[in-house]
Design a binder for this molecule. Structure first.
Ligand code: CTP
Length: 405
């Protein structure tokens, strides 16, 4: 973020006030922000507020000839390392998708060759509307990164998807984009520590069918594994993410292989080899049932009994395989004696590191994690942090271990 420049386009929605906090977060992290305010945006925040927060001139009009002399709109759009549209209203996204350039903001967005991140905010029905969804799809096809809006209560009194994500989340996205090897941005093209490495990550739960409509599963959300896959990709690795059913989008630049059961995960892991490192974050179901071919009907023959069969241990199998990655990392989900169980797991599974987490609270599905890194050299307890930060730290450790920077 240090010395990076963000061009922030502020559209006309009530969420515009949150862009003020975003400016503060970027500035605090050492970045610079140039604001472009649409006419609609100026109904919600003033140029004065934005100028005070960014400590820079705020641009509002295409017809300000003095600005054209000072800094042409083309130059303004290309000087930035990243263009962020926040809030991106339905109207602004429609114009972007159609290539309309009828004010300063839309002209900049059409003229730029810099990566654009759009952060949508609108009423739930506007977000759900086929026209908006079509525009979002078109923008994504055109290479614009469109964040998914939050859901919850809205300023208009309705409830649903369409809320602007919190400034912290937008800031994290900006931060990770600015360090992404996949962006054509100045300064991000230097060699990365995991360039040329292939890393395998498993994430999410597995689902073990009982019959065509029922299954055994667990509470894993996949967030930690997805964050690790993304962090490794940002350090330059080619990442294969073998994922159980989750409601997350694959991080940019990551190859995702979708599976449902533990045995499918085992096959997908084998197919992804060879790999320089493997991090098995998935919460694999330890047991499966003998799945009935047809839906088990209630009352036909009393309460059905489930006979459970043990699933293959993918981590232990990989540790013994002759294609074992140089660095093999397991996760340990524990509810008690976290470090003790993790140490035992390190030996039992034959991996190099175990990342142990206490899942007795709301870790599964939550956004934070407190982990212990257990290796042959000892135990390191990391402070509680967001799953994104844990991922970043772990990815850096992996890069160090694999002989990167
Ligand atoms: N794991 C695996 N295959 C399984 C079960 C677990 O690859 N069938 C991996 C997980 O991805 C994780 C590690 O093994 O990296 C530990 O998983 P965990 O569920 O904590 O351990 P279990 O093997 O289930 O052991 P226990 O039941 O004793 O906790």
């Amino acid at each position: 973020m240090q010395d990076k420049r963000v061009l922030l386009v502020i559209g006309g929605g009530i969420a515009a006030y949150k862009s003020c906090e975003l400016i503060r977060l970027i500035r605090k992290a050492g970045g610079a922000v140039t604001c472009v305010l649409t006419e609609g945006g100026s109904q919600f925040v003033t140029p004065m507020t934005l100028a005070a927060l960014s400590e820079e001139k705020v641009y509002t009009s295409l017809w300000d000839l003095k600005d054209e002399a000072e800094m042409g709109h083309i130059q303004l759009s290309r000087e930035a390392d990243l263009v962020v549209v926040c809030p991106a209203t339905a109207d602004l996204m429609a114009k972007m998708a159609a290539g309309i350039a009828d004010d300063l903001a839309t002209t900049l967005l059409l003229a730029t060759d810099t990566q654009v991140l759009a952060v949508p905010a609108m009423n739930v029905r506007m977000w759900d509307h086929a026209a908006t969804q079509r525009n979002v799809e078109r923008l994504r096809d055109d290479g614009v990164i469109v964040m998914h809006p939050d859901s919850g209560a809205m300023a208009c009194g309705e409830y649903g998807e369409g809320r602007l994500p919190e400034p912290d989340a937008v800031f994290l996205e900006i931060e990770s984009l600015l360090s992404s090897p996949f962006l054509k941005i100045p300064g991000a093209e230097a060699a990365l520590p995991l360039d040329g490495k292939h890393i395998l990550v498993t994430a999410g739960p597995t689902q073990e069918p009982i019959d065509p409509v029922r299954y055994i599963a667990n509470r894993s959300s996949g967030k930690q594994g997805y964050a690790i896959a993304g962090a490794l990709a940002r350090l330059g690795a080619r990442v294969t993410l073998v994922s159980g059913p989750v409601s997350l989008e694959a991080p940019r630049g990551v190859d995702r292989v979708d599976i449902q059961t533990a045995r499918e995960m085992e096959t997908a892991v084998e197919n992804a080899l060879p790999a320089d490192a493997a991090i098995l974050v998935a919460a694999v179901a330890d047991w499966r049932a003998e799945a009935a071919p047809r839906k088990i009907k209630k009352g036909a023959s009393g309460t059905p009994e489930l006979t459970l069969i043990e699933n293959p241990d993918i981590l232990a199998g990989l540790a013994k395989s002759d294609r074992r990655p140089d660095l093999l990392i397991g996760f340990a989900a524990e509810t008690d004696k976290v470090v003790g169980h993790a140490k035992a797991k390190l030996d039992r599974k034959g991996c190099d590191w175990i990342v142990a987490n206490d899942v007795s609270g709301d870790v599964m599905g939550g956004d934070d994690n407190a982990v212990h890194l257990v290796t042959a050299d000892g135990v390191e307890s990391w402070e509680q942090a967001s799953k994104t930060d844990v991922a970043r730290k772990l990815a850096q450790r992996i890069a160090d271990q694999l002989g990167g920077s």
